[in-house]
Design a protein around this ligand. Structure first.
Ligand SMILES: *Cc1c(COP(=O)(O)O)cnc(C)c1O
Length: 249
């Protein structure tokens, strides 16, 4: 067994006691998820290596994050700056990347750009402008994705699909930003076809954005798919998925 040291207590269980629910934990779940990802990727002529895995660690203790790291994970996602401020310093490594995937308040922008290598949740031109100003003040270029509200639910964040292009046009002029793609969240519904349609919508937006030529824009990532719907998302073209509960219980 990989983790015997007493400091690796996950979810309150001491793994050395061999709790049946938690012993083989992360690596086994990861293997399972990767097999499904590979199968889904093959449907569109791609492989496992074409899909970037972001492991979402909100509500997860640093010890469990370290177990994920042992299993070879290097990209992690958090949705709140506050939680990330406490967790990120505990998980260090030159190859580790942290992504912000939740709504960012403008008073937390400065903290966010020092913690995260990619901000996936840029949801207004105003927020982009704020990040740009902080980036320029620090003589940096911050990588971002534009969040699109593909579910159409009013309580969700993100640009409306029809306003993405005009927003991109403005944001592309902000030299402290580098736009690397788009991110979206499917509606929380049981009907897979509804999810599939929303993923198709975001793929369409991504494809159009790819044809637009801007200096600070390189449409690389189509970030869609979470634990309940990543297979569908990948079948529909996602090349970045954000997984939490499929891997942490
Ligand atoms: C929590 C969260 C995820 C991961 O969700 P799971 O269902 O746990 O996989 C992905 N993306 C965003 C934006 C999230 O907030």
């Amino acid at each position: 067994m990989l983790l015997k040291a007493p400091e690796f207590c996950i979810g309150g269980f001491d793994l050395s006691l061999g709790d049946p629910l938690t012993t083989h934990l992360f690596k086994d779940r990861l293997d399972h998820v990767q097999r499904l990802i590979e199968k889904a990727a093959q449907q569109s002529g791609r492989s496992l290596n074409d899909i970037t895995l972001v492991i979402v660690t909100k509500g997860v203790k640093p010890e469990a994050v370290l177990e994920a790291r042992e299993a070879g994970i290097s990209i992690f996602g958090e949705n709140r700056v506050q939680e990330a401020t406490e967790k990120i310093p505990a998980v260090q490594g030159a190859d580790i990347q942290w992504h912000l995937i939740g709504h960012l308040q403008s008073n937390k922008v400065k903290a966010a750009i020092s913690l995260f290598q990619l901000i996936q949740s840029v949801d207004t031109v105003r927020l982009a402008d704020k990040i740009n100003q902080e980036a320029l003040a620090e003589n940096r270029v911050v990588s971002v994705l534009l969040e699109v509200n593909i579910s159409g639910e009013e309580q969700k964040y993100g640009f409306n699909p029809e306003e993405v292009y005009s927003a991109l046009d403005l944001i592309a002029k902000m030299s402290g930003l580098r736009v690397l793609g788009v991110m979206g969240i499917a509606p929380n519904v049981a009907d897979d076809n509804v999810k599939r349609e929303t993923f198709k919508k975001l793929k369409g937006i991504f494809s159009v954005c790819k044809t637009l030529k801007y200096e600070n824009v390189e449409m690389r990532y189509l970030s869609m798919g979470m634990s309940d719907d990543y297979v569908i998302a990948i079948e529909e073209g996602a090349n970045m998925v954000r997984l939490g509960k499929a891997l942490f219980r």
